[in-house]
Design a protein around this ligand. Structure first.
Ligand SMILES: C[S@@+](CC[C@H](N)C(=O)[O-])C[C@H]1O[C@@H](n2cnc3c(N)ncnc32)[C@H](O)[C@@H]1O
Length: 307
């Protein structure tokens, strides 16, 4: 069996897990019978590749949720996206940064999901960042010719894929809510995948994360009785994530090195050891991990570790 290709959604965001999807999927329980919760949806790349039958997908950022909601309701279609990006892309190539900032102002006034898509795809580094006045403030990515025909086709195919997924899966709910509320209904039959902002590492209106948030998430996951995977960081060149040893240490941890890119330069590749904190055991033979990760072999689920 060959590994299924990871598909990429139309929205980008910081901390996007595209390169880690195989690894996360490999560590999932064999069966997802209850509801799949993903309360820090971001781009949606994990949920959309896991394709659970029943899911509650949420994020506190209303613009991410509005975009997927419009896809769900059929207000955003691949044809509309194509028309929109061809038109807006032409204007960007004529006026460059000036036009980017015009769309950014328009988005901050009107909050149109298609403008959000446009910004996400030509801003600096695919960042989503809002200031305390809730204004999107990411600068231009310096590529006036960004929306080439092939780039637009690629984005339209991503929209088509996500539209089919969301519309086929009638039992997916996508909502804008804080993780505390999103997880209030989770119980022992369910599975939760959490990818919160990394504590102390982001300053953004919708994407900040405090020590109190980390403690709350810990208590909620323990209290739910659900099986869960938490994505976090373990260490980088300079420091180690103390929370892994402080409040997550009684769970199983698997880790691997990952490179985050900041800008196009090779020198800006920052190595980070990524960790998955997991509250259930899996039966796996030593030495199988690499092959299994490549082949997405199914792993056997044991009971949740009691906490
Ligand atoms: C690291 S990103 C998730 C990335 C995602 N896994 C992906 O691969 O694209 C964290 C997300 O958590 C959301 N978030 C931050 N604080 C939150 C909160 N209190 N409740 C719900 N979502 C929150 C942010 O808006 C952001 O989209």
């Amino acid at each position: 069996m060959t590994a299924e290709r990871v598909r990429v959604p139309p929205i980008k965001c910081q901390g996007i897990k595209t390169k880690l999807v195989h690894w996360i999927k490999h560590n999932l329980p064999e069966s997802l019978n209850g509801t799949y919760y993903e309360p820090f949806l971001g781009s949606g790349v994990v949920a959309f590749n896991v394709r659970p039958l029943k899911a509650l997908l949420s994020d506190s950022n209303p613009h991410i949720v509005a975009f997927y909601d419009e896809i769900k309701r059929g207000c955003i279609t691949p044809a509309l996206v194509s028309e929109f990006l061809n038109r807006e892309g032409r204007r960007l190539s004529q006026s460059g940064a000036d036009y980017y900032y015009e769309v950014r102002d328009r988005f901050n006034a009107e909050r149109a999901p298609l403008d959000f898509l446009f910004l996400s795809r030509c801003c600096f580094n695919g960042l989503i960042r809002f200031n305390r006045d809730r204004l999107y403030n990411v600068p231009f990515g310096h590529k006036p010719e960004r929306f080439s025909r092939s780039y637009i086709t690629k984005i339209c195919n991503q929209v088509k894929w996500v539209s089919q997924l969301i519309r086929q899966n009638g039992s997916w709910t996508i909502t804008c809510t804080d993780f505390r509320e999103a997880l209030s209904g989770a119980g022992p039959a369910d599975f939760i995948y959490c990818d919160p902002p990394y504590v102390g590492r982001h300053v953004d209106y919708f994407d900040s994360w405090s020590e109190a948030d980390e403690m709350d998430l810990n208590a909620i996951l323990r209290g739910s009785g659900a099986r869960f995977i938490l994505s976090t960081w373990y260490e980088n060149r300079f420091r180690r994530n103390k929370w892994v040893d402080d409040i997550w240490s009684d769970f199983r941890m698997v880790s691997r090195e990952h490179f985050y890119h900041v800008g196009p330069k090779e020198a800006n590749r920052n190595s980070m050891t990524e960790a998955l904190i997991i509250n259930y055991e899996q039966a796996e033979q030593p030495g199988q991990r690499h092959a299994a990760a490549l082949q997405e072999a199914q792993v056997t689920l044991d009971k949740p570790i009691s906490t």
